[in-house]
Design a protein. Sequence first.
Length: 448
Amino acid sequence: MWLVRHLEITRQLIIEDLRVVNTLCLPVFPPSWEVSHLFVRLYHECLARHLEDVINNGLEGNEYVALLSWVLQTYPGRELLAHPDLRINQSNLGPLLKPEVVDQLLEAYMAKMTSNYSDWMQRAIETETRDWLRNIEPEGQDAEGHYTTEGLILFFQIVEENLQVSQTISTDLMLRSLSLGFQQIIQYGVLYRNAIVEFKTKHFEDRSQVMYFTYYMIAIINNCLHVTELALNMKTRYLKPNSSFAVEIGRIFDHLVQAYQKLRDEASEYLLEEAFLDLEPHFSDLVTRKWLTSSVAVDTICATLDDYFQDYTRLKPNNYTFVIQEARDLLTRKYLHALMNRKMSFKDDIERREGSEKMIREMQQLQELFSSHGYKDLVNSPLEAIASLAEVIRISDVEFLALELHSVIKTFPDMSSDQLINLLFLRGDMNRADIKRKVSEIIPEGTT
């Protein structure tokens, strides 16, 4: 770059000239003339005018960095004014460039950095979305075989490079660059989310078009977690707790983490949506006449989820745990919805007993599925709700039903009166009026 060469030649010439002044002029002029200081001031003023001309002619790209680094670091440092051979007193010189000129250069540098980020983000999103639609598995994997894509990692590398360059100019500029970098990563998350939603929508319009939707969604989820890890590492290395920027950057960092955690959660929903679409016909078969005499529905649900969970092992451990937990919660809601969907009513005590026992067996079968994939907290599992509702179905004496209903409401205080009505309808031994009366005793009207 011409400016770097020009500034280096200028530095060398000034040092050589001032050495000549100290060697040849000082011995022949009276000390009171301060010949050395006179020449230093002359060079200082001429150089200031020259650099202003360079600035007025316009700077491009890295020329801002080269000039700022030279003016703020090289010129006053040991490579020039503080060179041990020159013994220059800088206290009366003043700044090489006016503070307002330096501020303008800094603002122009930050504006250029922002523009570069914007251009890069758009290209990166376009590249990533094209990769998602290819009929090949994600190429990026970490050492443990967890899927990733490179876009966000490259973004952090660019931010890292900008921080290192800015640090050569000043610590304040480096911290401003860190703040800007985090803000731009947040903005990238907005573009990333829009692209993910479009990808998901396109896929569910015709699921035959995107062969590796599940794998790329896994990579996206892993990327979101990796962003928070990389951002924390960067913040720890560059931001000192007592820095004047600590509060501002800390706030932006928190926003970044929240944004990517939310995006991780949304992407996990899309990942599970794929699996649960396959299961929808089998959820429709739950708690029907066909279901009473067949285990096909839950057997198929377990086999299908087991297959998907094998793919989910490509998730990083924290993400895997989160997705499996979300799958368990969603499956519980689907099963409970089937119980309260009025698709059938039991005919007698025998059917009620057989139906409740079947619910318990299926609950245990589902718990075993999740336990086999590392989720072993059965005590606090929402699947236990199935057992509670099965007990409501099992009770043969309607007079004792109120006690069980009170227990259910105590355990599930957000249960609505409509849900309770539908559950009692499933029993098949009470008319509509009796059901409503019984529910009103448990949940007074106007309380839900």
